[in-house]
Each structure stands twice: as structure tokens, then as C-alpha cells.
Design a protein around this ligand. Structure first.
Ligand code: FAD
Ligand code: NAP
Length: 385
């Protein structure tokens, strides 16, 4: 009997809390020799899901903690690891709770309080736990993890259940999707800066970025898409300006793949920024090819550390202010920004307002009103973190 075309597709069994077990198929460095950064390209196979996501969406990834750190914590509290505990996700062993369910790097207020109450010599911590000292406490905790307190106070012996009760639940991380399903069916790609740093004499690793970079080869990677409003204009003829330094380039790789796959005629302008052209030019070959093919109408790169004075994406924007204004005001371009929220997105926003004043002859108030109008028309979109 023929399928009934009007019958609803079976509901996907996967949800945010029951994520799909993806399989890591590519993990390659985007950096060359001499790089201070460890930014990587990941490809995850999603076969068997029938999944749908749109370019501009991000993906939720549930990491597993570093087993070496888990074993160190177990040893430091004098446990074996196979003790039964009830973790944030239910009954399990201490080892499993520390691997999958608990946040074992950052401390919690109740963990710090327990340390302060039991330590024979923690007067500073006691003082800093006073609510009036919140900022000092945050400064003190910068770069400090649970293991540091356990090692510093060997006389404190937490029972396995007690330790688990003092920790928070391990949270998933979000990553911008850097691929289009039309170019890479049943896959999702990410562009991730792997977090490593040294503090208090120890090497530290970001939980999720190091999980993907170092420990995800033969284990399922729990993923689920997170819908976003960071979407391409519906009309493929609309020109777009994309500002994506560092990992901020991720969704724009996906946009460009999508526009190529659907044959969109709109012009595409990318501002990319990174430390050094020689070793931090992420996706150089792909971008060069897109430029050659005419998909990428313009590509402007800002190398911040190739000369004494920093050059950032907003410097190139200001140098090309007349052309940006023509695209925006004359041709109805949409303006997108992705990446660092703390500094970059603010400076790019300021540069945009400057261009409106310098090239559009607007006062600051008029430029501010113009930006508000762009936002309400959904022509100025940011995905910053
Ligand atoms: C919508 C959205 C999209 C995102 N997209 C991307 C993306 O495409 N690519 C990407 O790489 N990231 C992206 N992120 C960030 C990502 O979700 C994670 O926050 C990031 O990968 C760090 O997670 P982690 O588990 O590896 O590190 P964590 O274990 O969370 O550690 C990071 C923490 O370590 C501490 N830390 C870091 N450096 C130092 C230091 N030098 N000294 C002391 N402490 C330090 C800080 O407290 C920092 O918050 C996105 C975030 C959002 C919200
Ligand atoms: N929420 C998160 O967990 C998360 C995740 C990823 C990134 N981030 C934040 O985003 C930052 C960027 O990380 P990334 O690896 O994607 O990029 P990145 O490599 O640190 O930065 C990309 C480029 O942007 C430059 N830059 C620095 N300040 C800028 C500014 N004010 N305006 C414009 N460009 C600027 C950098 O220059 P210089 O470095 O030479 O100054 C570099 O050339 C991280 O440092 C972090 O703060 C946060």
C-alpha cells in the first residue's frame, strides 16, 4: 500500500534532555605552526536522526569531564570511585557522577562554605564568603577549581555522597553551527577555540572544548539543535555583510554554503579577523575558492598581530565605510555580527554608527535611530557570546 503523504512524520525521539548520540568524524586544527591559539574544525555525523536545523542555529553539546581529573578527585578524597551515590541525574557510582553529571571544575557557594567550615586554616576564604566581598571572592576564585581546594585541605575528608551534594550539575555548552545541511547532509560542523590555560601552577582545560578536541573520538557526542533568530534574509537576492572574527566566522561559513547550495544571487561580504595571517587564517582555502567562484563578493581580513599596532575588523569597516553605507542604505543589505560579546561586538557596533555619521551625514542621534530601525527591520543581527 502506498504511503499516506498527509500522515504526520513520526515524532523524533530526541529532545534537548534526550540528545542524539552524534559521532565525531573530523577533528582538525585550523591553526598552523606558531599559533598561540588552538582553534579546531569538528564534523559530527548525525546519521539516523532525520534531523533538521537551519543555518544560523547553534547546537547544544553535552560534554563528559576529563577522566584524569575525575580520578584525581576520587584519590584526593580517599575514595575508590565505585561507591554508590545519588547524583544530580539519579543513582550511579561516584566515578560516573563525576564524569557525566557533576560540574567538577568550577566551585559552588555550598562547596566553599563546607571547606571554610571544616578547614583549620582558611581565614581568607571565611572572610571572602561574606556577601559584601563578592567581587573579591570572584577575583580570588579566578582560575581556581574544586581540585585546588581538595589538595590544599587534605585533612578534610568528604564522603562520596557529601562531595556530590556539594557540586552543581554539569551544564551543556552551545556552539554556532558552521555547516549547511544542504552542503553536508546528516552532519553538523563546529569551529571551536579549545580552552587551555595555566593557573596556580596547573594546566587547566575547558570542559567541553577539550572533550571534543581530546576525548570524543570513540564515544557518543550528545547533541541537540538550538533554534536561533540569527537567520539569513528570506530573499536570496538581498546582499549581506558578515563580521565574524575568530570563531565568529562559524555561522558565516554555514550561510555561504547555504547560499551556494540554493543558488542565491545576493552579494556576500565577509570581514574576518584573527591573530596572524600565517597561522590563524581559518578556512583559507575554502574562502579563497568562494572568492574565486564569485560567491564571496568581498573578503576583508584583519590580522591583529602581524604588525605592532593592532588591526581589527572594525578598522577595515571604517576604511570601507563608503561601500558599506552603499550596501546598507542604497541596496538594503543585512548586517550580521558573530563572536566575542565583551569587546568586539561593542567596537563593531560603534564603527557602524560612525560610518552612518561619516558616510550618511547623520548626527549621532540620527545614527542611533537608524540602528534601531535596522534592528526592528531584522536587518542588523548579532550572535555574540
Ligand atoms: C550562542 C553561543 C554560541 C557559541 N558558539 C561558539 C563557537 O562557535 N565556538 C566556540 O569556540 N565557542 C562558542 N561558544 C562558547 C562555548 O559555548 C563555550 O563557552 C566555550 O567553548 C568554553 O566552554 P568549555 O566547556 O570548553 O570551557 P569551560 O570549562 O566552560 O571553561 C571556560 C571558563 O574557564 C575560565 N577561563 C578561561 N580562560 C581562563 C584563564 N586564562 N584564566 C582563568 N580562567 C579562565 C573562565 O571562567 C571561562 O568561562 C558559544 C557560546 C554561545 C552562548
Ligand atoms: N562565552 C564563551 O565561552 C566564549 C567562547 C569563545 C570565545 N569567547 C570570547 O570570545 C573571545 C574570542 O575568541 P575567539 O577565539 O573566537 O577569537 P580570538 O582569536 O580571541 O579573537 C579574534 C580576533 O579578534 C581580535 N580582537 C580582539 N579584541 C577585539 C576587538 N575589541 N574588536 C575586534 N577584534 C578584536 C583578536 O585580536 P587580539 O587577540 O590580537 O587582540 C583576534 O585577532 C574569547 O577571548 C572569549 O572572550 C567566549
Amino acid at each position: 500500500m502506498a504511503d499516506n503523504p498527509t500522515a504526520a512524520a513520526p515524532a523524533s525521539p530526541y529532545t534537548r534532555t534526550n540528545p542524539f548520540p552524534g559521532k565525531l568524524v573530523v577533528n582538525r586544527s585550523l591553526c598552523g605552526e606558531g599559533s598561540d591559539k588552538d582553534t579546531r574544525h569538528f564534523e559530527i555525523d548525525l546519521k539516523g536522526w532525520g534531523l533538521n536545523y537551519e543555518v544560523g542555529d547553534s547546537m547544544t553539546v553535552w560534554p563528559m569531564n576529563d577522566p584524569a581529573l575525575v580520578e584525581e578527585i576520587i584519590k584526593t578524597i580517599g575514595a575508590k570511585g565505585d561507591e554508590q551515590v545519588t547524583g544530580p541525574k539519579g543513582p550511579t557510582t561516584l566515578r560516573e557522577a563525576l564524569l557525566r553529571d557533576c560540574r567538577i571544575t568550577q566551585t559552588t557557594p555550598k562547596f566553599l562554605k563546607a571547606i571554610a567550615e571544616r578547614a583549620s586554616a582558611a581565614p581568607l576564604l571565611n572572610e571572602l564568603l561574606d556577601p559584601s566581598r563578592k567581587e573579591d571572592l570572584d577575583r580570588y576564585l579566578w582560575g581556581m577549581e574544586v581540585i585546588d581546594f581538595l589538595i590544599e585541605h587534605p585533612s578534610i575528608k568528604f564522603a562520596p555522597q557529601e562531595l556530590v551534594d556539594l557540586l552543581a550539575k554539569l551544564q551543556p555548552r552551545l556552539y554556532s553551527i558552521s555547516s549547511s545541511l544542504k552542503a553536508h547532509p546528516e552532519q553538523v560542523h563546529f569551529t571551536i577555540d579549545v580552552v587551555h590555560y595555566e593557573s596556580h601552577g596547573r594546566m587547566r582545560k575547558g570542559v567541553c572544548s577539550s572533550f571534543l578536541a581530546e576525548r570524543a573520538e570513540n564515544v557518543p557526542i550528545p547533541v541537540f539543535p538550538n533554534t536561533s533568530k540569527f537567520r539569513l534574509p528570506e530573499d536570496g537576492n538581498t546582499p549581506i555583510i558578515m563580521v565574524g572574527p575568530g570563531t565568529g566566522v562559524a555561522p558565516f561559513r554555514a550561510y555561504l554554503q547555504e547560499r551556494k547550495a540554493v543558488g542565491a544571487k545576493g552579494r556576500n561580504w565577509l570581514f574576518f579577523g584573527s591573530q596572524k595571517a600565517s597561522c590563524n587564517y581559518f578556512y583559507k582555502e575554502e574562502l579563497d575558492q568562494m572568492k574565486k567562484d564569485g560567491l564571496l563578493t568581498r573578503l576583508d581580513c584583519a590580522w591583529s598581530r602581524d604588525q605592532e599596532k593592532k588591526i581589527y575588523v572594525q578598522n577595515h569597516m571604517l576604511d570601507n565605510g563608503a561601500e558599506i553605507w552603499k550596501w546598507l542604505d542604497g541596496e538594503g543589505a543585512h548586517f550580521f555580527v558573530c563572536g566575542d560579546a565583551r569587546r568586539m561586538a561593542k567596537d563593531v557596533d560603534a564603527a557602524l554608527r560612525k560610518i552612518m555619521q561619516n558616510q550618511g551625514g547623520k548626527t549621532l542621534d540620527e545614527a542611533n535611530a537608524y540602528v534601531e530601525k535596522l534592528k526592528s527591520d531584522k536587518r542588523y543581527k548579532r550572535d555574540v557570546y
